[in-house]
Design a protein around this ligand. Structure first.
Ligand code: PEP
Ligand code: MN
Length: 343
């Protein structure tokens, strides 16, 4: 159950409600917003709602049937806006604009990453994706540059002025990565790595949480709940395709999920068309579909020279294809009342 208090309720009134909840053997958890305070009640509170609803300073009592509480729109009706400060101005995700995060699958060398960064900058992309730690199916494939890669991302941030985003796979790397990059990512394979999620909850950097390839929406939102419940409110959900019987492409982009998540949760929702598709040929149309269905942005792979890529070359857009995508996204975003942000 959630108790939403009227704006500017006094502290003694809040303390009084908390005491009444505790008297019933229930656990209150208080969230203080700018205007109003919300109290979550953990435990079996059935039968108590009328009693709490009749208290003067209570605006409404919401019975939450869903297991995800903090991620739900019942807890927070407005879409969460995640603001990231960059040296060339702030970028917001979830504020009604459409954000494109683009870049290579992995950091391969200084030359490759700086070239990619400069290309993105020229196109007006403000946030670069690139992984230093790679979750590869085979242990014999390229595993990423590790900390050296993080240092190169910092160089991109300082010298090219882009915001940078990267995946973290190991709990021990969370705090180190947070020193080098602006946004951390939990990859699909780690969506239910609960220790990693808890650690992501303790940092004050935005986290992109990818949906596991066989995760239900409920499991996805419960994974987000782990990060939120540990104190980090800056979670961005990312639909990246799910595993189905279809083998003609890498995964099946679950467009339904984007529409449903936008209804059920206040967290921004972005789409990764690259890992959904696995082939670059269909990335432009599925990206436009994502914008049309209400996504807040994209996480898309672009490589300066995909033929040479050490990872995911077949699904990486050529630079000119990313430029084409950005152009074609504009009218789609406008049609759904969003503006694509390009620098
Ligand atoms: C990635 O974004 O580089 C990646 C590995 O994607 P996913 O976790 O969705 O497979
Ligand atoms: Mn990839």
């Amino acid at each position: 159950m959630i108790i939403v208090l009227k704006p500017h309720t006094k502290k003694e009134e809040i303390d009084n409600i908390i005491a009444r909840i505790e008297e019933k053997g229930l656990k209150p958890v208080t969230f203080e917003g700018v205007e109003r305070t919300v109290i979550h009640i953990h435990g079996d509170s059935r039968g108590e709602s009328n009693r709490f609803a009749s208290i003067d300073c209570v605006e409404k009592v919401v019975k939450v049937m869903k297991p995800f509480k903090l991620a739900s729109r019942e807890h927070h009706s407005e879409t969460t806006v995640i603001k990231i400060a960059g040296i060339n101005g702030d970028v917001s995700i979830g504020n009604g604009e459409f954000v494109v995060i683009a870049g290579p699958c992995s950091i391969e060398s200084e030359e490759q990453i700086m070239k990619a960064a400069r290309l993105l900058k020229e196109m007006g992309v403000k946030i670069m994706r690139a992984s230093a730690f790679k979750p590869r199916t085979s242990p014999y494939d390229f595993q990423g540059m590790g900390i050296e890669g993080l240092k190169l991302l910092k160089k991109v941030r300082d010298e090219v002025g882009l915001l940078v985003e990267t995946e973290v796979m190991d709990v021990r790397d969370v705090r180190i990565a947070a020193e080098y990059v602006d946004i951390l990512r939990v990859g699909a394979r780690n969506m239910q790595n609960f220790d990693l999620l808890k650690e992501m909850g303790k940092i004050n950097k935005p986290v992109i949480l990818k949906r596991g390839s066989s995760a239900t929406i409920n499991e996805f939102l419960m994974a987000a709940e782990y990060i939120l419940a540990n104190g980090n409110k800056n979670v961005i959900l990312c639909e990246r395709g799910i595993r189905t019987f279809e083998t003609a492409y890498r995964n099946t982009l679950d467009i339904n999920a984007v529409a449903l998540l936008k209804r059920e949760t206040h967290l921004p929702v972005i789409v990764d068309p690259s890992h959904s598709a696995g082939v670059r040929e269909i990335i432009i149309p599925i990206s436009k579909a994502s914008a049309a269905v209400g996504a807040d942005g994209l996480l898309v792979e672009m490589h300066p020279n995909p033929e040479e890529a050490l990872c995911d070359g077949a699904q990486s857009l050529h630079p000119h294809q990313l430029a084409q995508l950005l152009g074609e996204l504009k009218p789609v975003c406008e049609a759904v009342g969003k503006k694509i942000i390009l620098g």
